[in-house]
Ligand binder design. Structure first.
Ligand SMILES: Cc1cc2nc3c(=O)[nH]c(=O)nc-3n(C[C@H](O)[C@H](O)[C@H](O)COP(=O)(O)OP(=O)(O)OC[C@H]3O[C@@H](n4cnc5c(N)ncnc54)[C@H](O)[C@@H]3O)c2cc1C
Length: 427
């Protein structure tokens, strides 16, 4: 039977809300949001002797951090050629280096904190849907080597079967530095690490209002008031009107995943022989990987964030997409389907900074497993120093909606969805 349930949650004991930690009256830093960003920041702050409290509206790890594809990726959502052209060589190099450091950060935390989440550097493949996509990647190897001293490799269509048991692609680009993990096991482990460092984690503590009293912030939560010297907003695609100015800079977009029944060892070896993380070249992209002999297949099947309707429809769409990639899975039972919400900035870049004295890290655009961990850590380090200005991700502006035509409700998503489908057709 198809369960509308997050498969990853069946693989680990997620932090629950049965034993609510009492809310302190006063902290040094209040962190809003209990995902990778918030927990990683809390761990760093607490390790440096700062009294940090994570305030989470639902349960710790409830958001995208326990629902994602678990791909730990190099690079940014925006291609490095565009980043270089837009921001110049020096900033582009610093940003790309951050992406490599972000994977090292995950690797180090997993090791230091003994987090059992299957982290391994399996590498990722960008699979091309049309011959012209592959042609467009031909100078990528030289470009990445010359500009970023980074090795990627082209896999021509004739050799593609060594990487992927599908005939629909026209070759791929391989990056062996990327990795994969089980996202729910990772976020649960990160929560444990933050607590051991001395941070307090508070589930069912939605922040309803953020104000000031003198130099301090006052946070009105559903469990009472809390006073903080500083605030860090780590709410990603779930950013609401408590931080209205930030909400207007972030577009929440749904992403959905199905998990098949357990497949045979032989089939698994045929589908993704080297256990790579794979995503395709489409605007309406698909991403997929294996875990515990299941095919985990995701995509932007509906643009609106998760509801019972979008989840049900997504199961059908994703199964269709999956069997187009892998006809071998025509009879594979789909056991789980779920959705989560991504955060996109209007320039598709990730942004960190300080607005009206409030720190933030937002706009991961589906690249947040490693980056949220890294930016949680490095924004916390900047807070300790008292300035975020030198951070590479603070070196370009965080744009508002064009013409100011956005109040936090993404009315344009159906149009954007249709536009992406048209682009996939012609592009
Ligand atoms: C389906 C899906 C697949 C993805 N796949 C990948 C992938 O393979 N690789 C990759 O790198 N990235 C992926 N991502 C993106 C990645 O999961 C996110 O970028 C990352 O988890 C963001 O972490 P976060 O801590 O910033 O936010 P989240 O984990 O989303 O946490 C934000 C939290 O803030 C809380 N919150 C919001 N408002 C309030 C409030 N007022 N008071 C208190 N709490 C509040 C929410 O309840 C939520 O739990 C995927 C995302 C989704 C949804």
């Amino acid at each position: 039977m198809l369960k509308k349930q997050i498969y990853w949650h069946t693989t680990v004991q997620m932090p629950d809300a049965s034993n609510l930690t009492p809310l302190p009256e006063k902290v040094d830093v209040a962190i809003i949001g209990g995902g990778y960003t918030g927990l990683s920041a809390a761990r760093t702050l607490a390790k440096n002797g700062v009294k940090a409290a994570v305030l989470e509206a639902e349960t710790i790890g409830w958001g995208a951090s326990s629902r994602n594809g678990g791909m730990v990726l190099t690079g940014l959502k925006v291609g490095m050629k565009i980043v270089l052209k837009k921001y110049g060589r020096e900033i582009a190099r610093r940003l790309f280096q951050c992406s490599l450091d972000s994977i090292d950060t995950v690797e180090r935390i997993v090791k230091e904190e003994l987090i059992d989440c299957g982290f391994a550097r399996h590498g990722h493949l960008l699979a091309t849907n049309k011959p012209k996509h592959y042609d467009a990647l031909k100078d990528e190897v030289e470009f990445m080597q010359k500009e970023f001293d980074h090795d990627v490799r082209l896999i021509p269509r004739a050799e593609q079967h060594e990487e992927i048991g599908s005939a629909i692609y026209h070759g791929a680009l391989l990056d062996e530095l990327s990795g994969g993990l089980n996202p729910a096991q990772y976020v649960a482990g990160l929560a444990g690490a933050a607590e051991r460092a001395g941070a307090t984690l508070h589930a069912r503590a939605r922040v309803n209002k953020l104000g000031r009293s003198g130099k301090r912030f006052v946070l009105e939560t559903e469990r009472g008031l809390l006073s903080a010297e500083s605030v860090f907003v780590a709410t990603s695609g779930y950013t609401g009107n408590v931080t209205r100015k930030l909400q207007k800079k972030v577009i929440p977009i749904g992403s959905f995943i199905i998990a098949t029944e357990k497949l045979s060892n032989d089939l698994v070896k045929e589908l993704i022989p080297k256990n790579r993380m794979i995503f395709d070249y489409k605007h309406y992209l698909n991403y997929f990987r294996l875990w515990d002999n299941r095919m985990i297949f995701g995509g932007r099947a509906a643009f609106f964030p998760e509801t019972s309707n979008t989840i049900q429809r997504s199961a059908e769409i994703l199964q269709r997409e999956m069997t187009q990639v892998y006809p071998q899975l025509k009879n594979a039972r789909i056991e789980y389907v779920w959705g989560g919400t991504l955060d996109f900035a209007f320039d598709m870049m990730t942004h960190v900074g300080e607005l009206d004295g409030i720190y933030y890290s937002l706009g991961y655009a589906g690249h947040g497993v490693a980056m949220a961990t890294y930016l949680g850590r490095t924004v916390a380090e900047a807070m300790l120093k008292g300035s975020i200005k030198e951070h590479p991700f603070a070196s370009f502006p965080f744009p508002d909606a064009p013409l100011g035509l956005y109040n936090g409700f993404p009315w344009f998503l159906p149009f954007a969805g249709a536009w992406h489908r048209i682009l996939d057709w012609v592009d």
